[in-house]
Design a protein around this ligand. Structure first.
Ligand SMILES: [Cu+2]
Length: 275
């Protein structure tokens, strides 16, 4: 499984500018990104502060929106060059800052994240059927987060907290039917993510994961409902999801710092039933 393997980034090429008509700057507190096969449409400038970040999947494959921030003075071209030089290891001056996780074609997901000023990129690290990460096929788009005194967005009040550790998820309480605002807190040493999956009846997390292996032909026995893409240790993000009764899974596909193997291979999945 190479979902988040950055190896394919050796093919990395920066996507072209937004099509004419796309807003140059978003309003404070909210912006939308459109994901296609294979690209992103993103505002060129986004105000810093607490922001509801939406991804709309207008493609034919599963996509997510992994935001990363580059250190001061680093450019998207530096990022591309670094990935070409060492595709296995993201540069130390790059920070994973979350974003809305995977959704199916036609669906959308929102993550509430604290954005700091600086050069950002949005990446899709989901693989295609051949195992090539979408980022290598054009799903990498730069945008700038500009300094503000705050967006005015009120922080949503989570009613469930998912704590990510190396390598497990811990829920503050069982998730019941209905709508929940969920906070992901990374208390591990590594970056982690959470993909929320509504599993098909009798399916397990491993069955869903297997459907994304290179060469797999069967459709995944479940539906990703968003979540939070990779965040660094000590950081957090929020998302809201509607839970109908049935089986669910939380999955971390993030690659291990040392081995590159996805965290689910080290046990970072959690299955639960909503009644
Ligand atoms: Cu993880």
């Amino acid at each position: 499984m190479k979902v988040h393997r950055l190896a394919s980034l050796c093919l990395f090429a920066l996507a072209a500018a937004n099509p004419a008509g796309q807003a140059l700057a978003s309003q404070p507190g909210q912006f939308t990104m459109t994901a296609t096969d294979y690209g992103f449409i993103v505002p060129e400038q986004v105000p810093s502060g607490l922001t509801a970040i939406e991804v709309v999947n207008q493609g034919g494959e599963v996509h997510h929106a992994q935001l990363v921030r580059l250190a001061a003075g680093k450019t998207p071209a530096d990022f591309a060059a670094a990935m070409k030089a060492d595709p296995e290891h993201p540069p130390a001056w790059m920070t994973f800052v979350g974003g809305p996780n995977a959704v199916v074609p036609g669906d959308r997901a929102t993550a509430v994240m604290e954005l700091q000023p600086g050069q950002h990129l949005v990446l899709c690290l989901v693989p295609n059927k051949a195992g090539v990460a979408h980022v290598a096929l054009g799903m990498a788009k730069p945008f700038m987060v500009t300094e503000t005194r705050g967006t005015g967005l009120a922080a949503p009040n989570p009613d469930v907290v998912i704590t990510a550790r190396d390598f497990q998820f811990v829920l503050s309480k069982p998730i019941t039917a209905g709508s929940h605002t969920i906070q992901l807190v990374n208390e591990g040493q590594q970056a982690h993510e959470v993909v929320l999956v509504k599993l098909a009846r009798d399916a397990k997390a491993k069955d869903f994961i297997a459907a994304f292996e290179p060469g797999a032909t069967a459709p995944p026995p479940g539906r990703p409902l968003g979540g939070i893409v990779g965040i660094e240790r000590g950081t957090r993000g929020l998302f809201t999801a509607m839970f109908d009764p049935g089986p669910y899974a939380l999955i971390c596909f993030f690659p291990d710092k040392a081995t590159g193997a996805p965290h689910f291979a080290q046990g970072m999945t959690w299955e639960f039933d909503v009644r």
